[in-house]
Design a protein around this ligand. Sequence first.
Ligand SMILES: Nc1nc2c(ncn2[C@@H]2O[C@H](COP(=O)(O)OP(=O)(O)OP(=O)(O)O)[C@@H](O)[C@H]2O)c(=O)[nH]1
Ligand SMILES: [Mg+2]
Length: 359
Amino acid sequence: MKKNKANPNDNQDSSEIFNAAVLKKIQQARMAQTSAEELVVGILSANISALSRAITVIESSNKNHFAKANAIINSCLPHANQSVRIGITGVSGAGKSTFIEAFGKHLSSLGKKIAVLTIDPTSSISHGSILGDKTRMDELSKDPNTYIRPSASGETLGGVARKTRETIILCEAGGFDVIIIETVGVGQNEIAVHSMVDFFLLLQISGAGDELQGIKRGVIEIADAIVFNKSDGDNIDKTEQAKAELNRALHFFPPKKSGWIPSVSSCSAKNNQGIAQVEQMITDYIELTKSNTYFDKKRAEQNEFWLLETINDQLKQNFYGNTEIQNLLEKTKKAVQNNESSPFAAAQLLIETYFNSKD
Ligand SMILES: Nc1nc2c(ncn2[C@@H]2O[C@H](COP(=O)(O)OP(=O)(O)OP(=O)(O)O)[C@@H](O)[C@H]2O)c(=O)[nH]1
Ligand SMILES: [Mg+2]
């Protein structure tokens, strides 16, 4: 794979910013022209341009697009739910993109259609994350069975997660068999992705000493598999050691509701080794959880979770976006800091004000 700029933002000049702005205008004009029905017909006939445009509608924070976005999602829902959703997390540099490239090509060789969605809460479209991520999966982005879509970011995690979930629905309606979601390993982000996938894979790299120090306990608890990447060259022995150590530690974790025992394995994404085994392991997991009904139960629970999350997210945004509240909140903060009011009484007052406001 081509070695790429470490940070695509570094070499950005004003013409790129200008191009991004022009591109956004063109996308918005196109969105306005094409009706929800036309986009849905396009998606259902596996038209990638229609799918991309529909995702842009969903990602739009322009209130005028909300009704259209809902119409698209509702029409796609009956055609969704047929895929396997896989979340891949790991620290930056663990080799997630390289792994997805090798894994995606393997899936494609099995005749599967793959959509790759990436969540990166630290970048934003105008800073070039689209190009950055696409070039890091160079070969896969040229594969006709694959669609790669970096998420719009720079907003709240809740907002990004909602859009990603809805994007999954559109991709499924578009006929993709496997949806892969790449996310960099930072707390909240992992939990959000875990709540929207069937299988959660932690990509790990072996380091010197105690392996567990480098892995957050919480992530191990939610991971269905831990795969040590970069098991090549001088690193093979170290990886074997790390695997043994982690396997011993996993005995101390409680059994999972899925009935699945988390697997520990290794691969070299760069050399394309161990990739088919990971695919087989995921297939085994899906078979097990479909036969013991955990698969459907988990998806139903996830739907409920996102219903409540979306309500929380929207209420919060509405509350803090209310102009009356914004003014009062600043004053209230000072009053609370100076012990002129208790935080609880002040919160009560703000909430009452919010419900009585006409905003
Ligand atoms: N030796 C070796 N290097 C690898 C392997 N997989 C990835 N790398 C290298 O590790 C570096 C990081 O790989 P990426 O795939 O970009 O890692 P990532 O986890 O997607 O990184 P972020 O997207 O920044 O979080 C690159 O220089 C890769 O070439 C592997 O199996 N073996
Ligand atoms: Mg990456």
